[in-house]
Design a binder for this molecule. Structure first.
Ligand SMILES: Cc1cc2nc3c(=O)[nH]c(=O)nc-3n(C[C@H](O)[C@H](O)[C@H](O)COP(=O)(O)OP(=O)(O)OC[C@H]3O[C@@H](n4cnc5c(N)ncnc54)[C@H](O)[C@@H]3O)c2cc1C
Length: 521
C-alpha cells in the first residue's frame, strides 16, 4: 500500500510505528500507534531488524539472480519436446535452473548463481540475461522478453525469537525463517505460521485469552521452522549431488571463489579477477561437454552410471513431503502437556518416520492433525458424505469433541459441553458410529445429549482397501474422547477411566488450553 515500516518505538500501551511513504517525490513518515506489529515483511525483514531479533543458522549459501521472462517459443518447444516444471541445466556454456511457471503462455523464472564481488548483480542487464537464456536453451527462441531481474541470497536461518519487544512485535513467514528453496517449504511454512497465529490473535483481541497465548505461537511454530530449515538444507544438498556427480561440484566453485577472494583479492584489479573466475568456471563446465560426458569416455560413462543410480534410487531433489506437510505435532504450546506425556514434541520421531518411509501416517496422538475419514450423517433424512476434517468449523472458533457412542464417553462429553458453555466457548460433539449403524440407530444420541443440540451423529465409511474403524486406523481405543482445537490439531485425548472427576478435570484442561486467566474462571 505504498508504505514501508521504517521505525518502531515502544510506548506504555503499545508501539508507535513509523511508516514512510512517497509524497509526490518527497519521502515522509506517518506515525501509527498500534497494540501489535506483525512483521510479515519477508527475508530481509526491516521489522525484525528494528526489533533487534537476530537470525541463527547458515548464511549466504549462494547468491542468485532471478530472471522473470516470457517466451512463447520456448514454452511451445518444451510443451511438445520436454514437458516439465523444473529444468536443471548444466552445459559447457552456462548453468542455471529454469522454473516453468506456465508453459502454455511461456512464462519462466530462471535462477542463475553469481559470485560477488567479481560478478555483481549490476552485470545482469536484460541483454546479458537474454544471452544466458540462449546459452542454456541451446538455440535462440525468437521472442524472449525479460520482465524483471532481482538478486537474492540463499540462507538456512531461523529467527532467535518470533515474539519480541514485550510481546508487541511478532514475526511471520520469511521474516521468521528463510530456507533454501528445495522442497517448497518457504511459503508453506509461512502460511502455517499465519494460520497458527490468526486464531490466537482472535482470542486475544476478543479478550478471551491471556496475552501469554502469543508465546505459544513461538513455542509451536519455531521448532517446525527449525526442522524445515534442516530438511530444506538436506534436500538442497541432495539436489546438488547431480552437478557434483557430473563433475560440477558447487562446493568446488565456492572454494575456487573463496581462494580468488583471499589470494587475488588484494593483488589484482576486480575486472581481472572476474576474468580469472569466469575462465576457471568455463574450464569447470567442460566436464559436461559431449567429449567428457559420453559413454565412450571411461570417466563420462562412470559419471553417467552414478547419475542414473542417484535418479533411480530417488536420492536427488525430493518434492513430495506429506509427512512434513501434515505430520508435525505441537508438543509445547497452546495444548495441555500435563497428563499427556505422549505429547512431548517428537521432532526425532518425525525425522525418523519421514525419511524412512516418506509417508504421512495419520495419527490421533495429542498434537497431531485430526485424521481424515469419510463419514455421513447417521440420520436417514440427511444425505451427503463429508470428511472428519469438515467437522472443524471454517468460520468460527469452535472446539470439536469426538466420541464413540458409549455410555461413559457420553458422560465425559456432557461435562465438556457444560464447561464449554460456562467458558462461553463454542463447541460441538461428533459421535462416531460404526459402519452399519445408520439403519438400526436412527435416533442417534438424543437421549444421551439432550438438551444440547450442538452435536452431530455420523457413521464411518471405511476405505475400500482398509476395513478398519476410525479408532483402529489411528491406533486409539474407541473409548477415547478426543478434543480438537479450532486449528484442526488434537488438543487432548483421554479415556473415561483416566478421569477422576469429569467436571474438574475437563475444566482444568480447558483453562490450560486457552491460558484463560479471566477473573471469573
Ligand atoms: C527461487 C525461489 C523458489 C521458491 N519456491 C517456493 C515453493 O515452491 N514453495 C514455497 O512454499 N515457497 C517457495 N519459495 C519461498 C517463498 O517465495 C517465500 O517463502 C514466500 O514468498 C515468503 O512470503 P512472505 O509473505 O513471508 O514474504 P515476501 O513474499 O517476501 O513478502 C514480504 C512483503 O513485505 C513487503 N515489505 C518488505 N519490507 C517492508 C517494510 N519495511 N515495510 C512494509 N512492507 C515491507 C515486501 O514488499 C513484500 O510484499 C521460493 C523462494 C525462492 C527464492
Amino acid at each position: 500500500m505504498g508504505h514501508e515500516c521504517s521505525s518502531i518505538e515502544l510506548t506504555d500501551d503499545g508501539i508507535l510505528v513509523g511508516a514512510s511513504f512517497n509524497n509526490g517525490g518527497r519521502m515522509q513518515e506517518r506515525k501509527l500507534h498500534c497494540g501489535l506489529l506483525l512483521g510479515a515483511d519477508g527475508a530481509r525483514s526491516k521489522v525484525r531488524e528494528l526489533a533487534g531479533i537476530s537470525m541463527k543458522g547458515e548464511r549466504d549459501l549462494q547468491q542468485l539472480v532471478s530472471v522473470h521472462f516470457v517466451s512463447r517459443d520456448l514454452g511451445k518447444y518444451l510443451s511438445s519436446e520436454r514437458p516439465g516444471m523444473l529444468f536443471f541445466i548444466f552445459n559447457p556454456d552456462a548453468i542455471g535452473v529454469l522454473v516453468a511457471h506456465d508453459l502454455e503462455h511461456g512464462e519462466f523464472v530462471l535462477q542463475v548463481p553469481f559470485y560477488p564481488p567479481q560478478q555483481m548483480f549490476e552485470d545482469f542487464s536484460a541483454k546479458v540475461c537474454e544471452q544466458i537464456i540462449v546459452k542454456l536453451v541451446g538455440w535462440e527462441p525468437a521472442d524472449i522478453q525479460v520482465l524483471d531481474i532481482k538478486p537474492w541470497a540463499m540462507h538456512a536461518e531461523v529467527a532467535e525469537k518470533y515474539v519480541g519487544c514485550d510481546n508487541r512485535v511478532i514475526l511471520v513467514g520469511d521474516a521468521a525463517h528463510r530456507f533454501p528453496p528445495a522442497g517448497g517449504f518457504g511459503m508453506n511454512t509461512g502460511v502455517q505460521d499465519a494460520h497458527n497465529l490468526a486464531w490466537k490473535l482472535c482470542l486475544l483481541l476478543n479478550g478471551i485469552a491471556d496475552p501469554s497465548i502469543i508465546q505459544t505461537y513461538e513455542s509451536e511454530r519455531k521448532p517446525v521452522a527449525t526442522f524445515n530449515t534442516e530438511l530444506s538444507l538436506e534436500n538442497f544438498k541432495a539436489a546438488m549431488s547431480i552437478p557434483a556427480t557430473l563433475g560440477l561440484d558447487p562446493t568446488i566453485a565456492n572454494s575456487v571463489h573463496r581462494v580468488i577472494n583471499s589470494s587475488l583479492g588484494s593483488i589484482i584489479p576486480r575486472n581481472l579477477q572476474k576474468v580469472v573466475l569466469e575462465g576457471l568456471f568455463s574450464i569447470g563446465r567442460t566436464q559436461v561437454s559431449d567429449y567428457i560426458l559420453s559413454e565412450n569416455n571411461p570417466l563420462g560413462s562412470l559419471r553417467l552410471a552414478r547419475l542414473r543410480s542417484i535418479l533411480d534410487e530417488g536420492k536427488s531433489l525430493q518434492l513430495q513431503f506429506p509427512a512434513e506437510d501434515l505430520g508435525f505435532r505441537y508438543g509445547k504450546g497452546a495444548l495441555v502437556a500435563e497428563d499427556c506425556a505422549e505429547s512431548t514434541y517428537q521432532a526425532e520421531d518425525l525425522k525418523h518416520s519421514k525419511r524412512s518411509s516418506g509417508e504421512y501416517i495419520p495419527s490421533a496422538k495429542v498434537g497431531s492433525r485430526l485424521p481424515h475419514m469419510l463419514v455421513r450423517p447417521l440420520s436417514a433424512s440427511s444425505e451427503g458424505v463429508f470428511s472428519t476434517l469438515d467437522l472443524v468449523s471454517g468460520d468460527k472458533i469452535e472446539f470439536v469433541i469426538i466420541i464413540a457412542p458409549l455410555k461413559e464417553s457420553y458422560k465425559l462429553a456432557q461435562a465438556m459441553l457444560r464447561i464449554a458453555d460456562e467458558f462461553e466457548l463454542s463447541s460441538k460433539v461428533c459421535v462416531m458410529w460404526p459402519q452399519g449403524s445408520r439403519d438400526v440407530e436412527a435416533k442417534g444420541s438424543i437421549s444421551e445429549l439432550a438438551p444440547w443440540t450442538n452435536y452431530v451423529d455420523v457413521e464411518e465409511i471405511p476405505r475400500a482397501t482398509v476395513n478398519s474403524s476410525w479408532w483402529e486406523m489411528y491406533q486409539v481405543s474407541n473409548r477415547s474422547v478426543i478434543l480438537v482445537r479450532p486449528d484442526e490439531h488434537i488438543a487432548w485425548r483421554t479415556e473415561p477411566d483416566m478421569v477422576r472427576d469429569a467436571y474438574s478435570d475437563v475444566r482444568r484442561v480447558f483453562s490450560q488450553i486457552l491460558s484463560l486467566n479471566r477473573p471469573q474462571v
